[in-house]
Design a protein around this ligand. Sequence first.
Ligand code: IVH
Length: 700
Amino acid sequence: MAKKAKAGGPKPVEELSVKEAKSEHVRLELEIGSHDRRYYEHDAPVISDAEYDALRRRYEAIEKQFPDLRTLTSLSNKVGAAPSGKFKKVRHAVPMLSLGNAFTDEDVTDFVDRIRRFLRLSDKDELIITAEPKIDGLSCSLRYEKGKLVVAATRGDGAEGEDVTANIRTIKDIPQELKGKGAPDVFEARGEVYMTKDDFIALNKRQEKEGKPLYVNPRNTAAGSLRQIDPKMTATRPLKFFAYTWGEASELPADTQSESVAAMKRWGLPTNALMKKCKSVDELLKHYRKIEEARAELPYDIDGVVYKVDRLDWQGRLGFVSRSPRWAIAHKFAAEKATTIVKGIDIQVGRTGKLTPVAKLEPVTVGGVTVQNVTLHNEDEIARKDVRIGDTVTIQRAGDVIPQVLGVVMEKRPKSAKPYKFPEVCPVCGSHAVREEGEVDRRCTGGLVCAAQAVQTLIHFVSRNAFDIDGLGEKQIEFFFEKGWVRQPADIFTLEKRNGKIKLENEEGFGATSVRNLFISIEARRKIALNRVLFALGIRHIGETNATRLARHYGTMEALRGAAVAAGKGDEEAFSEMNNVNGIGEIVAEAVVEFFKEKKNMKALDALLAEIDIEPMEAVAKDSPVSGKSVVFTGSLEQMTRDEAKAMAERLGAKVAGSVSKKTDYLVAGPGAGSKLKEAQKHGVRVLSEDDWFTLIGKK
Ligand code: IVH
């Protein structure tokens, strides 16, 4: 993280005052704790390992410099959490690669044609390709030396994974020792760790019984289970394994893919029985359809069919393109569909007053998750699809995409079902809900009088990219609002002072510890960056990016407010300056001016400013090596997160784009870069590694 510090990051630990150290120690403790939960419990980390390690290092450095801070609650004293926080790293002797995708029958024909051309095969030459299910789990590499399991690692970024040997040893499916005599001295069996659908359901039943949160799907649960710090925990989770390929091998098991898999089976490794050798595209597609039909009945989740050239010498000749083999491809299944009944249509009122209709469904499993709510978007969408309460609807969910209603099954419509009439008043505050010309949305006109809008504004205020207050989420805000304890942002910061009267610890669900922790989290956020505050205010059109742009340009809240107020009073120069901030423009500038014109907003802002301490923002560099250049980031970056990369580039005056075009100056590509890399090569755009990037901007 030295790079981040140089690029305007935190103060060196040696320069911190006792007060600063104390507040940062608390902040880091909460931050690290929340990353630990995300990582270990939900398997949904939001930062890279490098960033996590940097947080940890800074935390430890602070404790070293200020030993008094090392109390009983200190993370360094926590039992159960590995001191380094995570697992040892394992470098894969042979990288673990990914597969290209095919979505249509034509893609499969193209794949086979490409192989035939590459190998210069005539139509008469036999080309055998295997077809097998693509298991929806997480890939692992199991290294056997002299037949004994020595190391097991996750895929990680493909080059380096995590050492999960102790956890893998708890999986009954996986032999500690290979059977028979035929196994090579060194053999890395690779395959997928997964959880069966039944085991997943049983686990969730147990969770429900114990009042614990439910897991989302078998894949995430398998991943989370494998990355438990305590192998005893993994042992309680029913994980399974299928071997389908190999990494380093001192000797090849056989001459073909299918025989090699058969060899792994003989050695005691579980393999999938649905693999078939096919001799033509037709046969591949036939097997694909057979597997697709069996999908719902299979005991485990799959998301496609993998085709592999059977002859290993041909695999060798075909080699790899970027990070996928030319000899294999994943034929993905179309989005999964299901039908269910609309039990009701709820109207949700958002922060800006927008009324969103949500269909309440009879719960149904689709694409690996249970769906019971699905957005119907707006009035016109309901009318277009003619969705009525009582209707049976077809819903679809693909990958991580949010579920959607495809249409109504008309034959099943009950006689009594009436066309849905969209409300013209806000269901929460009763104010008129109006639809302006040219708009698809109907909005409540109640403003902050509307409890729904006020609550949503507060929820936005504490959300992750705004004030990010741990322990203060949707539920707590709703509760505090209802009680009248928090009606505007500033109230959050005076809650502790008022707690003598409120006595939060006496409320259900709030023990003394959680109340203490909540106040600590709130305290830790009194000092906050300007861009976060701007985003938190919920000004129309001010998302994270615009908030950062304005914060960088004006540097302080006073400067921005001064400019907005002046512009609101007709100062054209002030308006045009804001309008000209890179990426802002007239609509956004007007929204900012409008916000600062509103007396209610100013009152709430003043109250908030009396409670918090805003850190000024570093201005955009005008003369950096990348100022004015257009940059695209792709692939999995290893030394910074995407957000950090973007922020860094913008701070240096570069424009960050989402796609590559002729106008792109640099493509910064991490491992796994795909189509963007190809585009860049097509347009002759300069491609940089992360290291090249740091060299270019002078941070190396
Ligand atoms: S073969 C060189 N076979 O899919 C690539 N992968 O999208 C070797 N996967 O990372 C992979 N089932 O985690 C292969 N039957 C199967 C698979 C499979 C699931 C996963 C694997 C891989 C990913 C690629």
